[in-house]
Design a protein around this ligand. Structure first.
Ligand code: SAH
Length: 251
């Protein structure tokens, strides 16, 4: 008998932000393979007789590589088990959920996706920043700063990002360590250095920390404040709404 793999979005950190459907799957699972950014409280929901596997990838120090994770999911589901792959935020937003789904497909293993609340939207919200706002931002763009922008193979098109910044908000995931270079590239591509920007560390959790400035100043402020991953950066006029009255969570 073949089991099944369910890719479940755990939400951005606040354990209450998993979906009802995701929590239900987590409670039923025979095997749970979870990531580093998953709220620890959610792991209490796993059946005590279920197998739990920490696939947590620390920066630099990979515990399980992607091929090993795929093989694990396929192996356990192949044994007839209900496997939940619990991922931070949403599985399809920089979560490699697509790769895991394709691996299941190739192996003939049935799979389902239970989307999650992505940090790209929820973390700004907990800092009091809407990603869109009437007359201020009519689009938002989520991009990754994981790649070193000074590498020739970097695939980020800064002219396209500068155009997106004219339309609305930019949300940068995984880019704290490269922010200085990314900000310079954006400014060189025409984004105003005075554009409001902020960086949020451990958003939606008790440890949430925010550093606020402008595109031109933020990288240096982050270095001074010692902000560490997980953190994301928001660039755009809606950042002003935080101090205009939307900063609800830190109160
Ligand atoms: N699939 C996830 C994103 C995975 S990439 C999602 O949809 O949210 C991991 C990056 O997400 C981190 O490097 C960071 O930029 C961002 N991130 C995730 N959780 C976060 C949190 N609680 N606070 C700030 N940034 C977070």
């Amino acid at each position: 008998m073949t089991g099944k793999v369910i890719l479940v979005g755990a939400g951005p950190g606040d354990p209450g932000l998993i979906t009802v459907k995701g929590l239900d799957a987590l409670r039923k699972a025979d095997v749970v393979v979870y990531d580093r950014l998953v709220a620890p409280q959610l792991l209490d929901e796993i059946r005590s007789d279920a197998e739990r596997i920490d696939a947590g990838k620390l920066p630099q120090k990979h515990r399980l590589d992607q091929a090993e994770i795929n093989a694990l999911l396929i192996d356990r589901a192949g044994q007839g088990k209900l496997v939940v792959r619990l991922k931070g935020g949403d599985p399809f937003v920089f979560g490699r959920g697509g790769e895991e789904g394709l691996a299941c497909h190739a192996a003939g293993i049935p799979f389902e996706i239970i989307p999650g609340v992505t940090s790209a939207i929820a973390v700004p919200a907990y800092a009091g920043v809407p990603v869109t706002h009437r007359q201020i931002a009519s689009a938002f763009t989520v991009f990754t700063g994981h790649e070193d922008p000074s590498k020739p193979e970097s695939s980020i098109d800064y002219d396209a990002l500068a155009a997106a910044a004219r339309l609305g908000t930019l949300v940068l995931l995984m880019g704290v360590s490269h922010l200085s270079e990314i900000a310079s590239r954006l400014i060189a591509a025409g984004v105003n250095a005075d554009t409001p920007a902020l960086c949020i560390e451990w958003g939606t959790t008790e440890q949430q920390r925010v550093v606020e400035g402008t595109l031109g100043t933020l990288a240096q402020q982050i270095a001074q404040s010692g902000l560490q991953p997980p953190a994301l950066t928001v660039i755009g006029e809606t950042v002003r709404l935080r101090s205009a009255g939307l900063n609800w969570f830190e109160k």
